[in-house]
Ligand binder design. Structure first.
Ligand SMILES: [Zn+2]
Length: 249
C-alpha cells in the first residue's frame, strides 16, 4: 500500500510524510514494481492476488492529488489493466469543502502549531470522536491545508484508468465507541459506495477500512452493503480483512 508519492520535478512533499512512513519517491515505486516483475510476479486484481501468491496488486490510499499523475504514469510504463491497481477515495476530502484527515494534523505540524511527538496522541484522541466534534476541532485549521486531495473531476478521470475503492466518507476510526453503531457504519460504508457509484458510474466492489480499523460488525456491514471484499492493514486474509504491506525498495 502507498500513500504519498514524490514525483520527479514536482513540489517537495513535507518531510512529515516520510517520517510517518507515508512517502515513496517515484523511483522507489518503480524499483518495487521492477523487483517484483524480475522475481516472476505478475500484476493482477485484488481477487487474483489473494488466490495466487505470484500475483501482486497495488493500492494507493487517501486520494492524494498526485495519484492521478501516478496512475497515468503507471498505466503508460507498465501497460496495466483496470483491475491491477486500486485507489481508495474518502468522499469528504475529494468532494466536500471541510476536510477531516491526518493531513490537517501534519499541516499543523508544518505550521509549528504542534510538535512531532504530539502527533500520535492527537491522532488517537481525535479520530475516535464523532464527525461533528472533529469538524469543530479542525474548523480553524482548514485553511492550512493547501491543495492536497484529488477533486471531483480528477477522481472521475482516475476512475477511467484504474479501480476505485471506497475509503468511507469521513475517514473516522469506525471501531471507536462513538462511531461503532449501525447507523454510522451504514453511512460510512453503504452510503459512500452509493455516492461513488452515482458520481463515477461504476461499480464499487471494495471497501478500505480507515486506518485499517475494523471489527466483525464492520465487516458484516461491508457484506450487507454489497462489497465483494475489504482492505485492512494487518488483516487475516479473509476476503473482508485483506492484509497489505508497505513495501520498500
Ligand atoms: Zn486512509
Amino acid at each position: 500500500m502507498f500513500h504519498r508519492i514524490q514525483l520527479k520535478n514536482r513540489a517537495k512533499i513535507s518531510d512529515i510524510y516520510s517520517h510517518r512512513n507515508m512517502l515513496h519517491t517515484e523511483d522507489e515505486l518503480y524499483k518495487i514494481i521492477d523487483n517484483r516483475l524480475k522475481n516472476g510476479f505478475k500484476f493482477g486484481s485484488i481477487e487474483e492476488a489473494l488466490q495466487n501468491k505470484n500475483i501482486f496488486h497495488l493500492s494507493f490510499d487517501d486520494g492524494y492529488f498526485e495519484h492521478l499523475e501516478v496512475a497515468q504514469k503507471l498505466k503508460l510504463k507498465y501497460n496495466l489493466s483496470y483491475f491491477d491497481v486500486s485507489f481508495a477515495i474518502n468522499i469528504r476530502n475529494s468532494f466536500f469543502n471541510e476536510k477531516i484527515s491526518m493531513d490537517l494534523i501534519y499541516a499543523m505540524f508544518d505550521n509549528h502549531l504542534i510538535k512531532e511527538k504530539e502527533i500520535p496522541n492527537l491522532k488517537k484522541e481525535l479520530f475516535s470522536k464523532s464527525k461533528n466534534d472533529i469538524l469543530n476541532y479542525f474548523k480553524k485549521y482548514q485553511k492550512l491545508l493547501k491543495k492536497i486531495y484529488l477533486e471531483n473531476n480528477e477522481v472521475v478521470e482516475l476512475s477511467k484508468l484504474f479501480s476505485i475503492v471506497s475509503h468511507g466518507i469521513n475517514h473516522l476510526f469506525l471501531n471507536s465507541d462513538i462511531n461503532h453503531n449501525s447507523e454510522n457504519l451504514k453511512y460510512e460504508i453503504l452510503d459512500s459506495k452509493l455516492f461513488l457509484e452515482e458520481k463515477l458510474k461504476i461499480k464499487i466492489n471494495t471497501f478500505c477500512f480507515p486506518d485499517g480499523k475494523n471489527s466483525p460488525e464492520i465487516q458484516e456491514m461491508c457484506k450487507k452493503s454489497g462489497y465483494k471484499n475489504a482492505l485492512a492493514i494487518n488483516g487475516t486474509d479473509d476476503i473482508f480483512d485483506i492484509s497489505r504491506i508497505i513495501e520498500r525498495a
